[in-house]
Design a protein around this ligand. Structure first.
Ligand code: F6P
Length: 368
């Protein structure tokens, strides 16, 4: 920290999986920072850059014209946890602690504060770095929307927009060919993307991790629709959904990632089981990273700008260890530790769940 005790120089990084709106936050931080006489140092590839000492000075020209740009101009990574750093020794991956190296780089760059933009994993690491003495301010990002301390994370609305458009497109081909269309969407262990995207797209069945489903209930719903003369059905399934008493479908494991589990495959399984058990023709689509790419929606551009400008205000006011959050229509600050204490999951009494049930959506369960 500068002698006067004033915050003069801040670092900024984007951690974990990318999402639309990251650049809008970077711009929201950097523009007012520059206007207030602060210098901004952009760290490359999330915490990886903090450990490896990779970054560059961010000037106004660097953050101009990036509001609508997807991705992140700084790069991101979900493999750079300084406390859980994968190092390859003799062809084997060994996990080591590089947090002191991260702290040394923070000091060598002359940073008075670090603005960490990320999801659950990023906030966990931020909390540990704050405990070591770094002045950290968090900004909640994730398409999954699973951070308890904020009503919404930026990136979620853009992902839901993509899911909705995809379901709209599936509807027309499903109805032409009288098929059951299964769409697998992201969200990890939370069902927000499937719930909101499914509801907006008019899915007939929504399967989410929070409500383990019964296979029979899924078959029942598509057959019931068929009998009613509706010759197609749309099933929106979250990647983390699982049948009652069953397991989530894991695509791969990678020890180098902050969360080693890569989800994927439930959509294919649901499609296969529906065909086998109902005789109806079924196809599946995995939407994958399309949900994370491209330009942010207007909602996300506004939310990201609000978060970014609020985060730099928190840093200037030295309100460290805090994360910007949306509560109702207000942007407020919450303690980073509160933000990571609980994952935000879909509850049966959620208004979107109630609305879905009211318009005849099945969650593949007898009762919620
Ligand atoms: O957390 C965001 C997210 O997109 C999840 O919805 C998904 O499970 C995961 O990241 C995918 O990660 P990766 O891009 O590393 O495959």
């Amino acid at each position: 920290m500068a002698k006067s005790g004033r915050v003069r120089r801040i670092g900024i990084l984007t951690g974990g999986g990318d999402c639309p709106g990251l650049n809008a936050v970077i711009r929201g931080v950097a523009k007012p920072a520059h206007d207030n006489g602060l210098s901004v140092f952009g760290i490359f590839d999330g915490f990886e850059g903090l450990v490896l000492g990779k970054g560059k000075e961010l000037y106004n020209k660097d953050v101009s014209g990036i509001l609508a740009q997807g991705g992140t101009i700084l790069g991101s990574s979900n493999k750079g946890d300084p406390f859980h750093w994968p190092e390859e020794v003799d062809g084997k991956v060994k996990i080591v602690d590089k947090s002191q190296q991260a702290l040394r780089n923070y000091e060598a760059w002359g940073l008075d504060a670090l603005i960490a933009i990320g999801g659950d994993g990023t906030m966990h690491i931020s909390k540990k770095l704050a405990d070591m003495g770094m002045n950290v301010v968090g900004v909640p990002k994730t398409i999954d929307n699973d951070l308890e301390a904020t009503d919404v994370t930026f990136g979620h609305d853009s992902a839901v927009f993509v899911v909705t458009e995809a379901i709209d497109r599936l509807h027309t081909t499903a109805s032409s060919h009288h098929r059951v269309m299964v769409i697998e969407v992201m969200g990890r262990y939370a069902g927000w993307i499937a719930l909101h995207g499914g509801l907006a797209g008019g899915a007939d069945i929504i399967l989410i991790p929070e409500f383990p489903f019964e296979w029979e209930k899924v078959y029942e719903k598509v057959i019931q629709r068929h009998m009613m003369g509706k010759r197609f059905s749309i099933v929106c399934v979250a990647e983390g959904a699982k049948p009652k008493g069953g397991d989530i479908v894991v695509k791969a494991k990678d020890k180098k990632r902050t969360d080693p589990i890569q989800l994927g495959g439930i959509g294919e399984l649901v499609a296969k089981k529906i065909t086998e058990n109902t005789g109806l023709e079924t196809r599946y689509t995995i939407l994958g990273h399309l949900q994370r790419g491209g330009s942010p929606t207007p909602y996300d551009r506004i939310l990201s700008t609000k978060f970014g400008t609020y985060a730099i205000y928190l840093a200037i006011k030295k309100r460290f260890g805090k994360m910007a959050a949306l509560k109702g229509s207000e942007i407020v600050s919450v303690k980073i530790e509160d933000a990571i204490s609980r994952q935000k999951l879909v509850k049966p009494d959620n208004q979107a769940v109630k609305a879905a049930l009211a318009v005849g959506v099945s969650f593949g369960v007898e009762e919620l």
